[in-house]
Design a protein around this ligand. Structure first.
Ligand code: SF4
Ligand code: SF4
Length: 333
């Protein structure tokens, strides 16, 4: 038994040990085009354990981009497609990714009505996160109440320490995985977060929210968001965005109801059957995205809808940086 993982080879052996467990599905960062994405891995060699972040976040493990909700044969009754996944391990999540799953839990399963499709996948999931040794220039998790060593949402956190990692068990589910993987725990030994690089300056999110609400009719929205193309890349790569559409279609003689990711940045997102659109301009749509994440979500879910992962900053084809908009409308004035 050990409480520290010494170097990359030991990390690979840990992943190999987890992959050897019977009846588990493992997701980890893998190469995808010029970047990376969380995807299912069958061997440790597929995983990008040195990646400082995956471009595509892990949310599709819990809420796939397209999923069948139910199907109906002609003359028959609807049969729903609630999944029954085998135990699933998310290996190598970033702390912001784990925190985004806490947010998604509140959206899909935090109220009176629980989404059974999400809940079934979530119940099967164990999250092993790796703390960020060197946050990227676009990261600002510290500004959203998180941080490179945040444990929120993780069952296990591997805290960078020297060339290796200290194993921190956060939940009983994490303890169970650590036991099965033959690891020990840190026995309470943790890194001092203050001695660790932060990602962005801490922000008073309550004050930020108040300022954003005051700035709702600020004429600068138009000019500051004018270059937005409405492509939706920022929303599709966001670990906490969750808008979807429901579509019924005929497939092989059956009627299939599917849930498909949607984006509040698309022009047609709020267009009504009458033709009226309550958010007709790009500025209206971008303002909604910012207000939703830093005002409405704080009220509805008790946390911001942004974990500061920086993916939208990196992915935007016209370099529209959410941090600059937060400074412009939510900064000290
Ligand atoms: S990625 Fe950039 S251009 Fe595309 S919708 Fe988002 S803010 Fe607009
Ligand atoms: S809004 Fe941008 S920085 Fe915030 S969680 Fe989504 S992708 Fe990451």
């Amino acid at each position: 038994m050990t409480d520290t993982i010494h170097g990359r080879e030991s990390l690979v052996r840990l992943l190999e040990g987890i992959l050897a467990m019977p009846g588990v599905t493992v997701y980890a960062p893998v190469a995808e085009g010029d970047g990376a994405a969380f995807d299912r891995v069958l061997s440790a060699s597929e995983a990008l354990l040195d990646s400082s972040g995956a471009v595509r976040p892990p949310r599709q493990i819990l809420a796939p981009m397209t999923e069948t909700l139910l199907a109906m044969e002609p003359g028959g009754s609807a049969v729903d497609s609630v999944p029954a996944p085998e135990p699933t391990i998310l290996f190598g999540a970033r702390p912001c990714d784990a925190r985004a799953i806490v947010f998604l839990d509140r959206v899909y399963a935090g109220g009176d009505r629980i989404d059974p499709y999400y809940a079934a996948r979530r119940e099967a999931l164990t999250i092993l996160s790796i703390g960020c040794r060197e946050p990227r220039a676009t990261c600002f998790c510290t500004s959203t109440r998180g941080g490179p060593l945040s444990v929120e949402g993780s069952d296990i956190l591997l805290e960078p320490s020297g060339e290796g990692w200290i194993v921190r068990i956060i939940t009983e589910r994490g303890a169970s995985l650590v036991g099965r993987a033959g690891l020990g725990s840190s026995d309470g030994r943790v890194t001092d977060p203050a001695a660790f690089p932060q990602a962005g300056a801490p922000r008073d999110l309550s004050a930020l929210r108040g300022r954003l609400e005051q700035a709702f009719d600020d004429p600068r929205w138009e000019a500051l968001t004018a270059k937005c193309l409405g492509c939706g890349a920022c929303t599709f790569l966001c670990p906490s965005c969750h808008c979807f559409d429901i579509v019924d279609a005929e497939e092989d003689g059956r009627i299939v109801r599917s849930r498909i990711w949607d984006s509040c940045q698309f022009k047609t997102f709020t267009r009504q059957a009458s033709g009226h659109d309550p958010r007709p301009t790009g500025a209206d749509r971008y303002r909604h995205r910012l207000m939703h994440k830093f005002s409405y979500c704080l009220e509805s879910y008790g946390m911001p809808g942004c974990v500061g992962c920086g993916r939208c900053v990196e992915a935007c084809p016209v370099n529209l940086d959410i941090r600059l908009l937060l400074d412009a409308f939510g900064g000290e004035r």
